[in-house]
Design a protein around this ligand. Structure first.
Ligand code: SF4
Ligand code: SF4
Length: 134
């Protein structure tokens, strides 16, 4: 194989890696299913990567939640962009609160995650399987 062909192959592999979409980017169901609440301090501006004030609501003295997620019917986080089940993104990804950081997609770490399955089911999406992570 010539050097040019080798470089072409390398570029193709890199392109395929970039194009592979994380399953959560085609879902977003958990951001539009549950109340996302957290301790007030996560939204304090002196904390590194704090949750932006404009995206939060007060639940009580000590608890905040992501705006839009406390709705009883069709909760949806105000920081979610795109369309659930198609193409979504968290507009405050580096500043998302701890429940979002800790939420696990089914089988991403090798185990079924009931809450992920539940959220997807609410939006008519099948649960993720091990195959999604190959
Ligand atoms: S902050 Fe981001 S990850 Fe968390 S619920 Fe909202 S859109 Fe989803
Ligand atoms: S419901 Fe599961 S697959 Fe969908 S965005 Fe949340 S963690 Fe990812």
């Amino acid at each position: 194989m010539s050097e040019v062909e080798k470089q072409d192959l390398k570029n193709k592999v890199v392109r395929q890696d970039v194009e592979k979409t994380h399953p959560c980017q085609k879902c977003g169901a958990c951001c539009a299913s549950f109340r996302v609440s957290f301790y007030w301090i996560e939204a304090e501006s002196y904390i590194e990567n704090s949750v932006p004030q404009k995206f939060i609501e007060d639940l009580d003295l000590n608890t905040r939640c992501m705006k839009g997620t406390s709705h009883k019917h069709q909760p949806k986080c105000a920081a979610l962009s795109g369309r659930v089940g198609e193409n979504v993104g968290c507009t405050i990804y580096n500043n998302r609160p701890s429940p979002c950081r800790n939420f696990k997609a089914s089988y991403e770490s090798g185990y079924q995650e009931i809450r992920c399955d539940e959220a997807r089911s609410k939006h008519g999406l099948k649960p993720l399987t091990k195959l999604e992570w190959k």
